[in-house]
Design a protein around this ligand. Structure first.
Ligand code: ZN
Length: 64
């Protein structure tokens, strides 16, 4: 059991070091590439890519 505990501790420290753990919900934020279609001036559509980090706090907004 000591091994598991140290692994969890390491994983947690790594997550905190990377800044990926959400302070609100405690979930690890998943980096996601979001693609939005944006109307262009010439009547077409262009695609804008946005990098977002998704956790429980914002997953509903992002995945709709
Ligand atoms: Zn969160």
């Amino acid at each position: 059991m000591a091994k598991q505990q140290s692994f969890a501790d390491k994983a947690m420290k790594a997550a905190m070091h990377a800044g990926l753990k959400c302070e609100k919900c405690g979930e690890i934020k998943q980096p996601t590439l979001l693609i939005d279609s944006v109307p262009s001036k010439h009547g077409g559509i262009r695609f804008a890519q946005t990098r977002v980090k998704v956790c429980k706090c914002n997953e509903k907004e992002i995945y709709g």
